[in-house]
Design a protein around this ligand. Structure first.
Ligand SMILES: [Zn+2]
Length: 114
């Protein structure tokens, strides 16, 4: 009569859902990573914590690819005076075709720092 090996309890044991715990820890880790990257980029830490935790891999990729608008240089549309991003080829309000401006308005992030 050989005794039942104690390892047998680990096989599909429902009392310790190890995979779920690992997955939750993974989500939490990605969430924290997302929050840290968001802080560096000047975005909402809470928002990106949620996004990164809910969709762990894709959330973090999206955040890395995400360009913060606050860091974009801006300029003023000669047609209507609207402040637009410097990479915009057309004014988003009046549709004026925009050439590269003589005057560049500093990014919001920089302006708020000074
Ligand atoms: Zn305009």
């Amino acid at each position: 009569m050989a005794p039942v090996p104690s390892e047998r309890r680990l096989d599909g044991g429902k009392d310790y859902p190890l995979q779920e715990v690992i997955y939750l820890l993974l989500c939490l880790g990605f969430g924290v990573a997302g929050a840290v990257v968001a802080r560096i980029k000047g975005s909402s830490m809470f928002l990106w914590f949620l996004i990164s935790a809910i969709v762990p891999v894709f959330g973090l990729i999206a955040l890395v690819l995400y360009r913060s608008d606050r860091e974009e240089p801006r300029r003023q549309c000669p047609g209507c005076g609207r402040i637009v991003k410097i990479h915009d080829a057309l004014c988003t309000r009046c549709g004026t075709e925009l050439e590269y401006p003589d005057v560049v308005i500093e990014p919001e992030a920089t302006a708020q720092r000074g």
